[in-house]
Design a protein around this ligand. Structure first.
Ligand code: NDP
Ligand code: GDR
Length: 328
C-alpha cells in the first residue's frame, strides 16, 4: 500500500487530494498545525481515513518527526498562507510559511531519506501568481516570472528551491504551476466563494448587496477536484518536472457575477454590487490564462468541469447551505 504525507490537509486541496489518494488505496497522513486546530473535526468528518500528525512548516523538527511517523513514498506540500491580499499585511510571515516552509520540508525530506532520496517523491504547490505582471499570453512553464505580491514572491522561492533540490540532489521533486481552482470547499475570503455565498444570500433575502474590489481582473478558473488529479499524475512520472495546470480559458470578475446571479434568476446585478478600495490590491495581477499543453501531452490530464458548471455548482451548494443555516 503506497503511503502519502500531505501538508495543508485542512485546506480545499488537502481534502480533495486525500479523497483521491484514499480511493486509490493509499495510506494517507495529513500534517495539521496547532494544538487545537478548529478544522480538526472537518478533516475527521470529511476524510475519516486520514491519519493526522501535528506539525508546522516553520518548524523543521516537527516536519522530520511527521516524516518518520508517516514513512511516506510521496509528499505533497500544499500548506501555505495562500490568501494573496493578506500577504501584504503579513509579508514576513508569508515568506516564512509559503516560502521558507518549502525549504524546511525539502531539507526535512533529505535528512529523513538519508542517502536514499529515491524513496520519496515530492510535490510543490506552485502558483500562477508567480507570473504576476503579464509577460506572455497564455502563460506556460517557460514564461518569465514577475510576481506582484509577497505571496507570489514567496511562491517563486519555493518553486526554484524545488527545482534546485531536483538538480542538486536528484530528488524526484515536481512543481505544479496551478492556476486558480475553486469548489464549494473554497475559503470564503476568495472571490469565487465570496460571490457564490453572497449571491445565495441575496437570492434568499438574507443580504442586500456584495462589496468587491477590482471587477476587471481576469482569471483562469478550474475545479479543484480536477486539479488534484494532475498533482498525483506528476508524481507517477518516471522523471520529475514542472507543469502548468489550467483550463486555457479566462474570465473576468464581471463574468463570474453574470453567471452566478443568472443561476438564481437575476439578470441585472449592477445595483447589487458595490466597490470598495479596501478590496483593491496594492499591485494587481490583471490577466491570467494558462497553456496546459504539456500537462495534456505528458500527463494525459484534462479538466472535466468548465467555468459555468463550476460557478453553478458553487452557487447551488451555497443556496442549499444558506437555506439550511437560516432554517428557511
Ligand atoms: P487553503 O488556503 O485552503 O489551505 C492552506 C493550508 O495550509 C491549510 O490547511 C492551512 O492550515 C495550511 N497552513 C497554513 N499555514 C501553515 C503552516 N505554518 N504550517 C503548516 N500548514 C499551514 O489553500 P488551497 O487548498 O486552496 O491551496 C493549496 C496550496 O496550493 C497552497 O499552497 C496554495 O498556495 C497553492 N495554490 C492554490 C491555488 C488555488 O487556486 N487554490 C492555485 C495555486 C496554488 P490551517 O487550517 O491550520 O490554517
Ligand atoms: P487570487 O484569488 O488572488 O487569484 O489567488 P482571489 O480569489 O483572492 O482573487 C481573484 C481576483 O479577484 C479580485 N477581487 C477580489 N478578490 C477577493 N478575494 N475579494 C474581493 O472582494 C475581490 N474583488 C475583486 C482580486 O483583486 C483578484 O484579481 C488565488 C489563491 O488561491 C492563491 O493561493 C493561488 O496561488 C492563486 O489563486 C492562483
Amino acid at each position: 500500500m503506497p503511503r502519502a504525507l500531505i501538508t495543508g490537509i485542512t485546506g480545499q486541496d488537502g481534502l480533495y487530494l486525500s479523497e483521491l489518494l484514499l480511493s486509490k488505496g493509499y495510506e494517507v497522513y495529513g500534517l495539521i498545525r496547532g494544538q487545537n486546530n478548529p478544522k480538526f473535526d472537518l478533516v475527521r468528518e470529511t476524510v475519516p481515513g486520514v491519519q493526522l500528525v501535528t506539525g508546522d512548516l516553520t518548524d523543521m523538527s516537527s516536519l522530520i518527526r511527521a516524516l518518520e511517523q508517516a514513512q511516506p513514498d510521496e509528499v505533497y506540500n500544499l500548506g501555505a498562507i495562500s490568501f494573496v491580499a493578506y500577504s501584504w499585511e503579513n509579508a514576513l510571515l508569508t515568506s516564512e510559511v509559503t516560502g521558507k516552509g518549502v525549504l524546511n520540508l525539502l531539507e526535512a525530506v533529505r535528512l529523513y531519506a538519508h542517502d536514499d532520496l529515491s524513496k520519496v517523491r515530492f510535490y510543490q504547490a506552485s502558483s500562477s501568481e508567480m507570473f504576476g505582471k503579464v509577460q506572455e499570453v497564455p502563460q506556460r512553464e517557460s514564461t518569465l516570472l514577475w510576481p506582484r505580491s509577497p505571496y507570489g514572491v514567496a511562491k517563486v522561492f519555493g518553486h526554484y528551491m524545488t527545482i534546485n533540490y531536483r538538480e542538486s540532489y536528484g530528488m524526484h521533486a515536481s512543481s505544479g504551476i496551478l492556476f486558480n481552482h475553486e469548489s464549494p470547499r473554497r475559503g470564503p475570503e476568495f472571490v469565487t466563494r465570496k460571490v457564490s455565498q453572497a449571491v445565495a444570500r441575496i437570492s434568499l433575502g438574507l443580504q442586500e448587496h456584495i462589496t468587491l474590489g477590482n471587477l476587471d481582473a481576469k482569471r483562469d478558473w478550474g475545479f479543484a477536484g480536477d486539479y488534484v488529479e494532475a498533482m498525483w499524475r506528476m508524481l507517477q512520472q518516471d522523471d520529475a518536472d514542472d507543469y502548468v495546470v489550467a483550463t486555457g480559458e479566462t474570465h473576468s470578475i464581471r463574468e463570474l457575477l453574470d453567471v452566478a446571479f443568472r443561476r438564481v434568476g437575476i439578470d441585472e446585478w449592477a445595483h447589487l454590487v458595490k466597490q470598495d478600495p479596501r478590496f483593491m490590491r496594492p499591485a494587481e495581477v490583471d490577466l491570467l490564462i494558462g497553456d496546459p499543453a504539456k500537462a495534456h501531452e505528458q500527463l494525459g490530464w484534462k479538466p472535466q468541469v468548465g467555468f459555468e458548471q463550476l460557478v453553478e455548482m458553487m452557487v447551488d451548494h451555497d443556496v442549499a447551505e444558506q437555506r439550511e443555516l437560516a432554517r428557511l
